[in-house]
Design a protein around this ligand. Structure first.
Ligand code: NAD
Length: 357
């Protein structure tokens, strides 16, 4: 059977998870991690050694030479649009890291092109794959909570993320583009309701002092079609000593019930003399287990989200239609909706006004 050849574009901190996720499917499906494109020469050298497949500097050359069926894209937030458009113009199915693009215009262009060319466009909104969130979604679908009235979400990174990891490109992103998009999508998906208006405030103090021009924090009040009003707090200036890289969770209150999820503290912590205080383990996102063979395997909802794209490719490879997958994965439309909300959040900060979507 012909293999389903996937290329990964951008193999930085997160792109390597795409590589592991696809590589692990090779032994159980027609998926083939065929090639990588990465512009950093040092990373290219290491990737060649670790994955033993062609690694290209130029993703267009990879597309020309590798007979790919799909690509997955994990370049920096502001570098998705051009690559996504080129991949879709070349007839490739596409998996894109969140956010789909940092403009709604870009997200719309990507979405429209995928639709026009009848290609699968899937966005990495991994919160939908967290088993705790899936259970909550099932309860909501059983109408346990009545009509939603209000809610609250937070997603906050330690300062090392913008200050040390992504210093070169954070000024092209923001706490809502990098973090907030996850929970905007999650709450919209959980409630089955799109956002209709936004009011937001933001602060630039701490990172500005460090010479980094982006928001420390953004607070957004979002009204949804179902009239629920949800507050989203996003920041990336938590102290280095905080108990995990990301603090996150949400609560939702309806006329018939309440649901709360702490997606950071899941009840497992560690602390050791040589460490930096108490650490919470979100063992569920991405972690490794040892298989009987002794080989390391990457698992968790962060991996599941990536592999779901490959599963969809397998489904279509075996004759399933793209249309029949509608509503079963985070789509281009979902990515576009989130981009509209995030853009409206920034417009509201600038204007001081409520922005309708
Ligand atoms: N799903 C998640 O949980 C999650 C977590 C972190 C980051 N992300 C997202 O993943 C994306 C990448 O983030 P990251 O943390 O890996 O950033 P990163 O800066 O570590 O990696 C980006 C990589 O893309 C490479 N690159 C840039 N332009 C390229 C091009 N034209 N061709 C080939 N390679 C190119 C860079 O050299 C770099 O290695 C971002 O959109 C980010 O928001 C998602």
């Amino acid at each position: 059977m012909k293999s389903i050849r996937i290329g990964v574009i951008g193999a930085g901190r997160f792109g390597v998870n795409h590589l592991h996720a696809f590589r692990q499917m090779e032994s159980i499906s027609a998926i083939k991690l065929a090639a990588i494109s990465e512009i950093d020469p040092l990373k290219r050298k290491n990737l060649e050694m670790e994955f033993n497949i062609p690694v290209y500097e130029d993703y267009n050359e990879m597309i020309r030479k590798e007979d790919l069926i799909a690509v997955s894209l994990a370049t920096q937030d502001h570098l998705h649009r051009e690559i996504a458009v080129n991949a879709l113009k070349n007839g490739l199915h596409l998996f894109v890291e969140k956010p789909l693009d940092v403009t709604s215009e870009g997200a719309l262009e990507i979405m429209n092109l995928a639709e026009k060319n009848n290609l699968l466009l899937q966005v990495d909104f991994h919160k939908r794959y967290d088993p705790y969130h899936i259970e909550i979604k099932e309860l909501i679908e059983q109408n346990k909570f009545g009509s939603f009235l209000y809610g609250y979400c937070h997603m906050e990174d330690k300062i090392i993320v913008p200050r040390d990891w992504f210093k070169d490109w954070v000024s092209h992103s923001s706490p809502v583009w990098f973090l907030g998009c996850h929970f905007i999508d999650l709450l919209s998906w959980l409630m089955g309701s799109r956002a209709v208006s936004v009011y937001a405030k933001g602060q630039k103090i701490k990172l500005k002092e460090l010479g980094i021009d982006t928001f420390d924090a953004i607070q957004s009040m979002v009204t949804f079609e179902n009239d629920a009003v949800i507050s989203f707090d996003n920041s990336w200036i938590l102290p280095e000593q905080f108990s995990s890289i990301v603090n996150q969770g949400f609560r939702l209150i309806g006329t018939e019930g309440i649901v709360e999820a702490d997606s950071e503290n899941r009840g497992a912590l560690s602390c050791f003399t040589s460490g930096n205080g108490v650490r919470n383990h979100n063992s569920g996102f991405i972690y490794t287990i040892k298989e009987a063979s002794g080989r390391e395997k990457y698992v968790g909802y962060g991996i599941k989200s990536i592999q779901h794209f490959a599963e969809n490719l397998c489904y279509m490879h075996n004759g399933g239609s793209l249309e029949s997958l509608d509503g079963t994965y985070p789509s281009g439309l979902d990515g576009y909706e989130v981009a509209k909300v995030n853009e409206a959040i920034h417009h509201s900060i600038d204007s001081g006004k409520v922005v309708a979507l």
